[in-house]
Design a protein around this ligand. Structure first.
Ligand SMILES: *Cc1c(COP(=O)(O)O)cnc(C)c1O
Length: 404
């Protein structure tokens, strides 16, 4: 076993991009000179629709306060009944499931594919019941889900598909940008995503019946078109305001550049990790474009004489910005689900007999193994080729050091 390098292989700090600048300032200044910062007919919001549609040609849009809000709005617009089920992968952000619970629906967690970490079609098929109404595929890390399978399952069982594109700006499934296949699509502009206004989101659809009502569900059930205020359904206020729309528009101007840089860096790192014993790379379908929200790989600990935490520590000692693990547990293992503490210690739909879901009995073995052996690395558009090559070399060096 060779010793750690005396100098870390990655001998420069993790680069951070300048994410906002003149383009954002210019549009923000424009907004500051307006008489109103309200979204309805607001010039910044109108511009945001156009900027977004240049990439994602969805006819009906509602810019909102978060990715979580975008998913909640999509679910509310579908008007499912309490106790209806929505299938969701168990490796995701809470934002994917909060709207499900708040609409009195049941998140049904399914397992992931061991190599793409995305929702597994077989697991999805097995989870379908008479109460299933929708599937919510999450394009995790910017790697597109197997949408042909998802759409086929949905068509066969008459289910709605809501695409969670929060981590996948610019990712393409078989050449087409994510979010254009499902019935409703949701995106996030939070501070960690490819494009950001601090916190924001957007939900879109080409379905007229759903689309005409998106603003209703994100804007207190007020009818901005007729101006008549007489709410007939329980909706929330998830509006985005003009300054944030201005920032989002400017960010969309950088969409292709940011995605191309991340794609190039991610694919370079991916190629550098090919064939290294003990390293199991994520699977990227050659017809797809991964937009690298981050970079995750798995360890085959049978080929390495170490533990994952020691491996991660060795990477860090070589200057690699890496950590062992991703999210701490599959979502169903969080205390909230284990205790069913959804509404002050109660779960009304279960108390009323509309579901018998028991999250203490849920187990997704592939996801649990994945969380036990994965290594997670942030990736961004400021990483140069030289920097990325050092990261690749450091990972190879550490893996060689621990090779059995
Ligand atoms: C970030 C994220 C969300 C939620 O977005 P917010 O804007 O933080 O509410 C939903 N799903 C996934 C997969 C995410 O990564």
């Amino acid at each position: 076993m060779n010793q750690p390098s005396s100098q870390p292989i990655v001998d420069e700090p993790f680069p951070l991009p300048q994410r906002w600048g003149e383009a954002e300032i210019e549009l923000l200044s424009e907004a500051m000179r307006q008489q109103s910062l309200f979204y309805w007919k607001g010039p910044q919001t109108e511009a945001l629709y156009d900027a977004f549609r240049q990439f994602y040609p969805l006819q009906y849009l509602f810019p909102c306060s978060s990715g979580t809000a975008s998913i909640h709005i999509a679910l509310a617009a579908l008007k499912f009944k309490p106790g209806d089920e929505v299938i969701v992968p168990c490796i995701t952000d809470m934002g994917s499931v909060l709207g499900i619970l708040h609409q009195q629906l049941v998140p049904v967690f399914v397992d992931i594919d061991p190599l793409t970490y995305n929702i597994d079609p077989e697991s999805t098929r097995n989870a379908i019941t008479l109460k299933t109404r929708a599937i919510l595929p999450v394009h995790l890390c910017g790697n597109p889900c197997d949408m042909n399978s998802m759409m086929a399952i949905a068509r066969k069982h008459e289910l709605v598909v809501i695409e969670d594109c929060a981590q996948a700006w610019g990712a393409r499934y078989q050449g087409e940008l994510v979010g254009l296949q499902g019935d409703l699509s949701c995106y996030s502009f939070n501070d960690f995503k490819h494009l950001s206004c601090g916190d924001g989101g957007i939900v879109g659809t080409n379905n007229e019946a759903l689309g005409l009502n998106l603003s209703k569900w994100g804007d207190k059930c007020y009818n901005r078109v007729t101006g008549i205020r007489n709410p007939d359904e329980l909706a929330l206020n998830y509006r985005m305001s003009e300054p944030l729309s201005a920032i989002c528009t400017a960010q969309l101007g950088k969409h292709d550049d940011i995605v191309a840089r991340r794609h190039r860096t991610g694919m370079l790192l991916h190629s550098l990790l090919e064939g290294i014993p003990g390293i199991v790379r994520t699977k990227i379908n050659p017809e797809d474009t991964h937009s690298f929200y981050n970079y995750i790989f798995r360890l085959n600990l049978e080929e390495l004489d170490t533990t994952r935490s020691a491996f991660a520590a060795a990477l860090q000692a070589e200057g690699v910005n890496a950590e062992d693990g991703y999210i701490p547990a599959p979502v169903y293992r969080y205390d909230l689900f284990q205790t069913h503490n959804f509404y002050a210690g109660t779960w009304p739909i279960r108390d009323f007999g509309l579901t018998d879901m028991d999250y203490t009995k849920v187990k997704c073995p592939v996801a649990e193994e994945f969380l036990d052996d994965c290594i997670h690395m942030p990736l961004n558009e400021a990483m140069t080729e030289t920097y990325t090559e050092k990261v690749g070399l450091a990972i190879k060096t550490v893996a060689d050091r621990f090779a059995r």
